[in-house]
Ligand binder design. Structure first.
Ligand code: SF4
Ligand code: SF4
Length: 357
């Protein structure tokens, strides 16, 4: 059976506000008055300027309030040490910096996994052949009466692209669970390229690397898989496993499936605009690959991500951008691995019907 994916095509509308209302009316079913609804967003790292504009989130808040629901906008802490979203205080400050304020949004902004990024509810991954034993879903998202997953579709250095599936897996889990997912791609040192400069040791704020016999050695127990060492090495002597990007995407799919076991998703909304090569954690996130396409909404995270990639494939890509799957190719992987695995886990279908609103 096909899933419905509603499409607000920027080329076909003349009033963004009315079109957004229509998209939400069509895609969200009845909401119990008084229910708490988490709107999961990515507020953008400091210095990133291609994250979803706060105005769109305000529109979702207004719609929910009209339905007598109690919305709150939510985000989780990050794993990597170079950003400014590592704890509650930084997230709220960065949210404000990027234009997400309680006053502007019309509802509270809540850090779903708590100040230290570890407040979550455990879910066991009992899917056959799961590479993941268990994860924790950020508490405020797990406990909400309903969740709207709002995702900016863009590239990602390890997963090719990030949309609804990545937002579920990485965006809705605690910091330790983010680490579990990144551990899937591994960290490998190539000593033939290493000149023992020690820059990776300086870059590792978790003190997980030490020089032993003139070679940097990583302590697996201390490593948070933040990837900082990879980007610090000027000799490209640190990398992930050869099939690390594939493994990472498979981990994303299993974790997304675990998250879906306990949250109550109302709808997934994917924004296809400012589609950059890299993700919103990067500042900046690389070049735009095509024009603004539109906004999708669906109850199916598999279908909406598949539709997003198809629409990008069919858009007028900028000169020099590879095709098909430009985001996957630019990031050295096949972006659809995560989608195919989540479909295999029974959490949706890649068959969809695009409904223009
Ligand atoms: S930064 Fe690269 S070259 Fe320098 S010690 Fe670390 S791995 Fe070796
Ligand atoms: S060893 Fe590398 S990936 Fe691990 S915590 Fe240190 S910088 Fe991050």
């Amino acid at each position: 059976m096909e899933s419905s994916v509603y499409f607000l095509d920027f080329n076909r509308i003349s009033n963004t506000i009315k079109a957004m209302d229509k998209l939400l009316e069509k895609s969200i079913s009845y909401i119990e008055p008084g229910s708490s609804i988490a709107i999961k967003v990515h507020i953008g790292e400091r210095g990133n300027f291609t994250y979803i504009r706060p105005f769109f989130i305000r529109k979702i808040v207004d719609y929910l309030k009209q339905q007598k629901a109690k919305p709150f906008v939510t985000e989780t802490t990050v794993l990597y040490p170079t950003g400014y979203r590592r704890n509650e205080e930084e997230i709220i400050e960065t949210a404000r910096y990027n234009g997400f304020t309680e006053e502007g949004l019309g509802c509270p902004i809540v850090v779903a996994d708590g100040n230290d990024g570890e407040d979550g509810i455990e879910v066991i991954s009992d899917f056959p052949n799961s590479p993941i034993k268990s994860i924790k879903v950020a508490r405020k998202i797990a406990e909400a009466n309903g969740v709207i997953i709002v995702s900016h579709v863009k590239g990602h250095v390890f997963s090719g692209f990030g949309g609804a599936i990545k937002n579920l897996a990485m965006g809705c889990t605690t910091r330790s669970s983010k680490k579990i997912q990144h551990a899937a791609h591994g960290i490998v040192f190539n000593y033939e390229k290493c000149n023992s400069c020690g820059k990776c040791i300086e870059a590792c704020v978790f003190s997980a690397i030490e020089m032993i016999d003139n070679r940097p050695v990583r302590n697996e127990n201390k490593c948070m898989y933040c990837g900082n060492c990879i980007f610090s090495c000027e000799n490209n002597a640190i990398d992930i496993f050869k099939d690390g990007k594939e493994r990472f995407q498979i981990a994303l799919a299993y974790v997304a499936a675990c998250v879906l076991k306990i949250i109550k998703p109302l709808v997934f909304i994917n924004f296809l605009m400012d589609i950059t090569t890299l993700c919103d954690c990067c500042a900046p996130a690389g070049n735009i690959i095509t024009h603004h396409i539109g906004i999708l909404a669906s109850k199916d995270p598999v279908a909406i991500d598949e539709a997003s990639l198809d629409l990008i494939d069919n858009s007028p890509l900028l000169p020099g951008i590879p095709y098909p799957d430009p985001l996957g190719k630019l990031n050295g992987t096949d972006s659809r691995i995560q989608i195919k695995y989540l479909e295999k886990l029974g959490m949706g279908t890649r068959k969809y019907r695009l409904i223009y609103i």
